[in-house]
Design a binder for this molecule. Structure first.
Ligand code: ZN
Length: 99
């Protein structure tokens, strides 16, 4: 079955948006874990984060997705994150519990 990347990247603006929930899981569980693995294993900062992201995306390639589609989805998500960062800076820091 084909994976719909649009479904995985576009918010549905509902109260129970699956994209927002996925971002919450990553921010509350995956980011601290990656950071802890880096410190506990004396690895350079962001080494687990970067390779973790790449390896996870690699599984999608292994699953038959087109590299250009994965690149495009990643680029769109990074655009969204950059947008969020600049909004947070305007507001004077990252808001707590933002979803
Ligand atoms: Zn959402």
């Amino acid at each position: 079955m084909a994976i719909n990347l649009t479904e995985l990247t576009e918010h549905d603006f509902g109260d129970d948006c699956p994209i927002c929930r996925a971002q919450d899981v990553v921010q509350s569980a995956l980011l601290p874990a990656a950071s802890a693995w880096e410190s506990n294993s004396a690895l350079p900062r962001f080494s687990v984060a970067l390779h973790g992201a790449a390896e996870l995306l690699g599984v999608m390639l292994q699953d038959g997705m087109e590299r250009q589609d994965v690149d495009a989805a990643l680029s769109a998500l990074l655009d969204e994150i950059e947008q969020r960062i600049s909004e947070d800076q305007v507001m004077g820091g990252p808001p707590k519990g933002n979803a």
